[in-house]
Design a protein around this ligand. Structure first.
Ligand code: CTP
Length: 403
């Protein structure tokens, strides 16, 4: 999945021959899952029609402060457009528009929107080779860069004038690749390795029977997916579940028993910045596993159980610089029990879910949690989707790992 998926992208089109390529750019952005709106300078409409761009973007195209052709002329609010966007790409950006942007002019909707935009701005210049290397253009570009805008470098090749040199607008594929890389590089968990556990464990009684629990794994999978979206490199150690996850930089290690989960987690933990243990690990397992299916007999049957290893507690003991997060599922004395677990297992954060809360617990798509931090701060949350809870957990980690 692209980092552009679900993002709002405003595309600014100015009056250069490369404007025809902005149609491909719209299509590529839509394919990446972005929502696209287009703002054009009035003269850009001579190069590419608003109808083409509105059809491709499935949105109205804006080119003036008011819709003059409309009987009930409507004000196109540049501030609203600027605030709507997660990213603003100006492609092609002509020398004229670049110069207006550098000087803070606002005589058309596009440049006024640029002045109002709070989001990251990407500029793909397009002009003839001599214009591109003119000292005033170079000065303009470095000024725009010093304002915090990103310049997508022009490419070398044949130009509309017939001359060959640098000045062609970067190809739409390259603009999108530039954007994706730049966005990915700035993700808050970029370069961070996280190990996450999810799901139940099954403890064998014999070759066909086991002791398990109702954990669906949804919480852990949601955390893994969100962590990947935020740029982390994730190892998801998953107990038996039918869930699938296809996300960049997530490798799934499938295990069955608590012991297998313990071994897998310990393999990755030393190289991790963070561990989030959301699996519902069996606390006990059959002491002896029958090698053949146990036959039914007269009377009652007893299975002797022994303790499994507490994975979370074992990580707390060897904790180096890792941020360690555990879960607690409690039915009574919730806060006190969770606080005790946090201290006993040497955690940085414990996420408490109470089975008493509606919308919390196993199998549901929602959860209601309370965070208890290392310095005993209690942070309660409303019922939320497990994806939103995942985001809250990761945001808490982001706020604390670099602090
Ligand atoms: N956990 C673990 N290994 C175990 C048992 C639990 O890593 N063998 C982790 C869970 O993934 C969770 C946390 O410990 O993050 C709390 O699990 P929970 O079952 O609520 O608590 P326990 O410590 O097992 O205590 P109890 O069952 O008595 O409440």
């Amino acid at each position: 999945m692209s980092v552009l998926s679900g993002k709002k992208v405003l595309l600014g089109v100015t009056a250069g021959i490369a404007a025809y390529k902005s149609t491909y750019l719209v299509r590529l952005l839509i394919k990446k899952g972005a929502e696209v709106k287009v703002v054009m300078t009035p003269s850009a409409k001579e190069f590419v029609t608003p109808l083409t761009l509105s059809t491709l973007s499935k949105n109205e195209v804006f080119s003036s402060f008011t819709n003059e052709d409309d009987d009930n002329a409507q004000w196109n609010n540049h501030v609203e457009l600027g605030l709507w966007a997660d990213f603003f790409i100006i492609a092609p950006a002509t020398a004229n528009t670049l110069s207006k942007m550098a000087q803070g002019q606002s005589d058309n909707l596009l440049v006024a929107t640029y002045l109002s935009a709070k989001c990251p701005v990407y500029i793909a210049p397009a002009m003839d080779l001599d214009m591109y290397k003119h000292p005033s253009t170079l000065e303009t570009l470095s000024k725009l860069e010093s304002f915090g805008n990103a310049i997508v470098p022009a490419e070398h090749g044949e130009l509309a004038s017939g001359l060959v040199g640098k000045g062609r607008m970067a190809e739409p594929e390259n603009i999108v690749a530039f954007l994706e890389k730049d966005i990915a590089d700035q993700l808050p968990l970029k370069g961070k390795k996280i190990v996450i556990t999810a799901g139940p464990t099954y403890e064998a009684i014999d070759p066909v029977r086991f002791i398990g629990n109702h954990s669906s794994g949804k919480m852990g999978y949601a955390i893994a997916e969100k962590a990947s979206e935020l740029g982390a490199e994730v190892v998801l150690v998953s107990g038996p579940t039918s869930l699938q996850l296809q996300a960049p930089n997530v490798s799934i290690v499938r295990v069955t028993s608590a012991q297998e989960m313990y071994d897998a987690v310990h393999l990755y933990y030393p190289h991790c910045h963070t561990a989030i243990l959301s699996a519902a690990v069996a606390d006990y397992r059959p002491k002896n596993v029958a090698s053949e299916k146990i036959k039914k007999k007269e009377g009652e049957m007893t299975i002797e159980l022994e303790k499994t290893q507490d994975i979370l507690a074992s990580l707390g003991k060897i904790k180096d610089k890792q941020f360690l997060v555990g879960f607690a599922l409690e039915t009574q004395n919730e806060l006190d029990n969770a606080k005790t677990k946090l201290e006993k297992k040497n955690l940085d954060l414990i996420v408490l879910n109470s089975l008493k809360d509606k919308g919390a617990g196993f199998g549901t798509d929602t959860n209601k949690v309370t965070f208890i931090t290392r310095n005993n701060k209690v942070i309660p949350f409303e019922v939320k989707s497990k994806k939103e809870v995942a985001y809250d957990i990761l945001q808490h980690i982001i706020d604390h790992i670099d602090a």
